[in-house]
Design a binder for this molecule. Structure first.
Ligand SMILES: Cc1cc2nc3c(=O)[nH]c(=O)nc-3n(C[C@H](O)[C@H](O)[C@H](O)COP(=O)(O)OP(=O)(O)OC[C@H]3O[C@@H](n4cnc5c(N)ncnc54)[C@H](O)[C@@H]3O)c2cc1C
Length: 390
C-alpha cells in the first residue's frame, strides 16, 4: 500500500488548503453570528455558496471526481478523502461544484446529455431517493411502485429524509417494478424530473441538515428514463451508498481534528485551581484518547479509499471506517465540549452545533447497527475481515 501523493496531487491538495484558509475560514465568524441569530442552518445562503464554488472553480477545483473525459479532474478516492478532511477542518458547510452522483454514469447517451452533463456544469441538481417512511435500514422493502402504462411508468408512493430534495430539479428514484422479486431483480431506478409532478416538503432536524419528504402521486415517467437495467436498481443504490461510507468518515476526521485543536488551545489557556486545565490528567486523557481515535479513523478511511482506487471490493472496510469515524467524531465533540465547560454548552462557540450536526453521521447511509451487521455477516461467512490484506 502506497499513500504517497504525486506532485500533481500534492499541488491539488495544497490548492484546496489555500482555498479553505482564504475563502472559507473567514466565514466562520459570520456563521457563528447567524447561529446566534437563529439562522445558522441557512448559512451559507445559496448566493454565497455559488460565489464560493465559483472562486474554487477559478482555481481549477470543480467536478473533482468526474472522469476527465467528461471535463472533470478524475480524482481517485484517496485524494478525495484527503480533500474532504481538509474542507471539513472548516466549520462552514461547503462542497465543491460540479459533483455528479456516481451512478449517473450508468445512463444512456441521451440520459447523460439530459441529466449528467448539466449536473456537472452546475445547471441541474439531483437528489438520491431511496428511503421511505416504512423502509430505511431494510431498503429492500421499499414500496413506491412503478406500474408500466404504454410508453410510461406511473410512480406512486412516498420518499423521506431525502438530502437536497427541496432544491433538486430531478430525483434519482428507486421503485418497485416486480414485487415478487423484491431487491433481487424487482427494484428499478428512474430519473424523475420535478416537472413530471413530484412534490417536496422540508423536514426540520436537530442539525444543519434539512432533508425533504417527496410525494409521488401517479407521476408519469417515460420508459427511456429508467437508469441502468430494469430490475437492477438495488445494485445501483448499493454502489452509491458504499461511496458515501468512505466520504462520511473522511468528513468526521476533518471535523474532529478541528475540534481537537480547539480543545488543545483551551486546555493551554484556561486556568482552574491556579493551573492551566491541560496540566490535569483528566483533561490530558480526553485529548490523548481523541488524538488516537482520529488517527485510527484517518487510516481506516485511507485503507478503504485505497481498496476502492485499486478496484477491490471495499464494502467491509468502508463499513468499518464509517462505523468508527461516525462514533469517533461524536465522542470527540462531546469531550471537547466537556473541556470547554459551560462555554462549550453555549452558542457563542461552535462546539454544540457541531455536536448536533455530526449526530446524523451515525444514522444516514447505514446506521451504526447496520454497519455492525455488515461487518459481522462478512466475518461469519468468512468472506472478509480477520486482518485480510490484499
Ligand atoms: C439528515 C438525513 C439525511 C438523509 N439523506 C438521505 C438521502 O439523501 N437519501 C435517502 O434515500 N435516505 C436518506 N436518509 C435516510 C437514512 O439513510 C435512514 O434514516 C437510515 O438508513 C435509517 O433508516 P430509518 O430512519 O428508517 O431507521 P430504521 O431502519 O427504522 O431503524 C431504526 C433503528 O433500528 C435499528 N435497526 C434496524 N434494523 C436493524 C437490524 N437488522 N439490527 C439491528 N438494529 C437495526 C437502526 O439501526 C436504528 O437504530 C437521510 C437521513 C437523515 C436523518
Amino acid at each position: 500500500m502506497d499513500f504517497r501523493l504525486s506532485p500533481e496531487e500534492k499541488l491539488i491538495l495544497e490548492t484546496v488548503r489555500t482555498f479553505v484558509d482564504a475563502e472559507l475560514m473567514p466565514l466562520e465568524r459570520d456563521l457563528q453570528e447567524a447561529e446566534l441569530a437563529g439562522r445558522g442552518g441557512e448559512f451559507p445562503d445559496e448566493e454565497t455558496l455559488r460565489r464560493l464554488q465559483g472562486k474554487a472553480r477559478e482555481l481549477g477545483l470543480w467536478a473533482l471526481q468526474v472522469p476527465e473525459e467528461y471535463g472533470g479532474l478524475g480524482l481517485g478516492q484517496q485524494l478525495m478523502a484527503l480533500i474532504t478532511m481538509e474542507v471539513h477542518r472548516c466549520l462552514v458547510p461547503f462542497q465543491f461544484g460540479g459533483g455528479a452522483d456516481n451512478i449517473l454514469f450508468a445512463g444512456t447517451e441521451e440520459q447523460k446529455r439530459e441529466y449528467l452533463l448539466p449536473t456537472i456544469a452546475g445547471e441541474r441538481r439531483s437528489c438520491f431517493a431511496l428511503t421511505e417512511p416504512t423502509a430505511g435500514s431494510d431498503a429492500t422493502n421499499i414500496r413506491l411502485q412503478a406500474v408500466p402504462d404504454g410508453d410510461d411508468f406511473v410512480l406512486t408512493g412516498e420518499k423521506i429524509f431525502i438530502t437536497g430534495g427541496s432544491e433538486a430539479d430531478y430525483a434519482i428514484v428507486f421503485a418497485v417494478t416486480d414485487r415478487e422479486r423484491g431487491s433481487r431483480g424487482g427494484i428499478t431506478c428512474f430519473l424523475v424530473d420535478r416537472s413530471m409532478g413530484f412534490t417536496s416538503r422540508p423536514i426540520q432536524t436537530m442539525g444543519a441538515w434539512s432533508p425533504a419528504r417527496l410525494a409521488f402521486d401517479g407521476v408519469r415517467v417515460p420508459r427511456r428514463n429508467v437508469l441502468g437495467e430494469m430490475g437492477k436498481g438495488f445494485e445501483l443504490a448499493m454502489r452509491w451508498i458504499v461511496n458515501g461510507r468512505v466520504v462520511i468518515p473522511a468528513r468526521a476526521v476533518g471535523r474532529a481534528q478541528r475540534l481537537l485543536e480547539m480543545g488543545v488551545d483551551y486546555a493551554r489557556q484556561r486556568v482552574a485551581f491556579g493551573h492551566p486545565i491541560g496540566d490535569y490528567q483528566a483533561i490530558q486523557w480526553m485529548l490523548a484518547d481523541s488524538e488516537v481515535e482520529i488517527e485510527a479513523a484517518r487510516w481506516l478511511v485511507m485503507h478503504a479509499a485505497w481498496l476502492q482506487d485499486e478496484g477491490i471490493d471495499n464494502h467491509h472496510e468502508a463499513s468499518i471506517a464509517k462505523l468508527h469515524g461516525a462514533q469517533m467524531v461524536n465522542r470527540v465533540a462531546d469531550r471537547v465540549l466537556q473541556i470547554h465547560g459551560g462555554m462549550g454548552y453555549t452558542k457563542e462557540l461552535p462546539i454544540e452545533r457541531v455536536l448536533r450536526d455530526v449526530r446524523v453521521f451515525r444514522i444516514y447511509e447505514g446506521t451504526d447497527e447496520i454497519q455492525k451487521r455488515t461487518i459481522a455477516k462478512d466475518l461469519l461467512r468468512g468472506t472478509a475481515g480477520l486482518g485480510r490484506w490484499e
